[in-house]
Design a protein around this ligand. Structure first.
Ligand code: GTP
Length: 511
């Protein structure tokens, strides 16, 4: 494929640089750019020499001063075009015989030049400054070009060709850096997935870990947003905390098990050794008995044998008791490990999400509320809250049973989550009460979002066996005002929700 547009040429040049393992310095890039484009590289601008000439120019008369300024400006902008213009004008103005009667002046007065509105220039300078953090500070060149451009935009007077060149240089470099940043983000995300997949594959027998990892993988999906990343971060923190909390106890239980096994083995070894001793002793008695010829000879041997048999019986009774105790200890340790595993699973589910509905639990809700309130304050954006309470839920429980009631709560959470915007959060506030946290939204729009949830619930009916059950809720929506506490806003939402109940239920009111 032949590169035709400047972007294609630039991309191909970068590929060649990478293939030849060369650092992406401006010089290297320029060389390969020309190689791809089939053009000749420009000669470097002799800045120092021209600067010396500019300094040496006389400035005794106003005309000389004007020429000197114009020349100096052209040099600092590396503009051959401007230099050419300055020189030809100067020569013309100094050759009265050749110059027309109305020879143009060297520079036009500022008010006659093409001028940009100063507020537009300031906006452009801000735009450039604001774009920089998005591409990071890794590329020194783009920062330098941005500084040059911003400085130039803030000068009292601008020259269109110079401005065009500064903007083109900056835009070109910026596109290059932005592309690289996007590639870095994508690669980091792939890396994160690879790490998570790996941990999952290495721990197939840890259901709680599998569940947490799956949730993490689901969160870490493009398009990335800061909220998704924060959620992933908070889940990872939960995971680490849980592991640390339970790992110690788990290790203690496993060590107890190991010790028990060691003692068990030792006792078995001892039993084997003592039975060998008894066996030898009995063989010895048998020989003696074979050799004895009279009852008198046999009697002491038999007495010894009986004595040994008694000790053997006692020993094995004790060993049996010991082994029984050890067995009990082992099964106690085993039960403890199993219990810890269950506990881990339970804790893991309760970390920041409600186990029944998958909505945020109180802890998760507090974290999100903290994050969103400080973000709203920082950005001066509007944050709304909606408190939902299911209607006649007691009757549903009484009629269809508590388990069906649980399933209805799950249904509500699923439908609500799907109907909300990606950055809204659903939390289980109490038994059959939910809180929706709606960032960056005005109250009227928030009201509409909650009504959308209401509409979705009325179309996606809950199925109890073959019965289609309509679940409704009453809700109060409010905005969190500056300088008020969360509790105050929640109280207002609560009152609006009760007003909705009093007004006949299945409605959303604004506080
Ligand atoms: N199945 C189930 N029921 C729950 C759960 N949490 C709370 N409830 C029930 O929700 C019902 C709430 O009843 P009430 O406060 O009287 O409200 P309601 O029947 O919805 O009446 P209104 O709010 O006036 O519409 C109670 O019966 C609770 O037992 C839960 O996790 N599962």
């Amino acid at each position: 494929m032949t590169a035709s547009t400047p972007q294609d040429i630039a991309r191909e040049a970068v590929k060649r640089l990478t293939a030849r393992k060369l650092p992406p310095t401006p010089e290297n890039f320029q060389t390969y750019y020309h190689e791809v484009a089939g053009t000749r590289p420009l000669k470097p601008f002799p800045l120092e020499n021209l600067r010396q000439i500019a300094q040496a120019l006389p400035d005794a008369t106003p005309a000389q001063q004007r020429f000197k300024t114009q020349f100096g400006k052209a040099v600092s902008l590396h503009s051959w075009e401007d230099l050419e213009k300055a020189l030809t004008q100067q020569i013309r103005s100094q050759a009265p015989t050749e110059a027309p009667a109305t020879a143009p002046t060297v520079t036009l007065p500022a008010q006659e030049r093409e001028r940009f509105p100063p507020d537009l220039l300031e906006q452009m300078a801000r735009l450039v400054g604001n774009a920089l953090p998005a591409v990071g500070n890794d590329d020194r060149k783009v920062v330098e070009l941005a500084d040059d451009l911003m400085r130039y935009l803030r000068l009292p007077d601008q020259h269109p060709p110079a401005l065009r060149k500064l903007m083109a240089d900056f835009a070109f470099r910026l596109s290059f850096v932005a592309e690289e940043q996007a590639a870095i983000r994508e690669t980091l995300l792939k890396l994160l997935h690879a790490v998570l997949d790996n941990v999952r594959a290495l721990n197939p027998e840890q259901p709680w870990l599998q569940k947490q990892l799956s949730a993490l993988i689901a969160v870490a999906q493009p398009p990335l947003s800061i909220r998704r990343l924060e959620e992933a971060q908070s889940r990872l923190k939960d995971l680490t905390r849980l592991q640390l909390e339970t790992q110690e106890q788990m290790l203690a239980a496993q060590n107890a098990m190991k010790e028990t096994l060691a003692v068990f083995m030792q006792r078995l070894g001892e039993t084997a050794a003592s039975s060998e001793q008894y066996q030898q002793r009995f063989e010895h008695f048998a020989h003696q008995l074979e050799r004895s010829t009279s009852l008198a000879e046999m009697t002491p041997v038999l007495q010894q044998a009986i004595q040994s048999a008694r000790s053997l019986a006692l020993d094995s009774q004790r060993t049996g008791a010991d082994l029984g105790a050890l067995r009990q200890r082992a099964s106690r340790a085993e039960a403890q490990v199993a219990q810890l595993r269950d506990e881990l699973q339970r804790l893991s589910e309760q970390a920041s999400h409600d186990a029944l509905t998958g909505a945020l639990n109180r802890k998760g809700m507090t974290d999100v509320l903290e994050r969103e309130t400080s973000r709203a304050q920082r950005l001066g954006s509007s944050l709304c809250l909606a408190l939902l309470d299911l209607d006649d839920f007691k009757r549903l429980n009484d009629r269809l049973g508590h388990l069906t009631g649980d399933a209805a709560l799950q249904h509500l959470a699923t439908v609500a989550k799907a109907a909300l915007r990606p950055h809204d959060s659903l939390a289980r506030y109490g038994g059959e009460e939910f809180l929706i946290i709606l960032p960056d939204i005005e109250p009227d729009e928030a009201l509409e979002v909650v009504r959308r949830v209401q509409r979705e619930l009325s179309t996606q009916l809950f199925l109890s066996g073959s019965e289609r059950v309509l679940i409704t809720f009453s809700a109060g929506v409010t905005q969190l005002f500056e300088h008020e506490t969360l509790a105050q806003a929640l109280e207002r939402a609560d009152q609006a929700m009760y007003a909705a109940k009093r007004a006949g239920k299945n409605r959303v009111l604004r506080a």
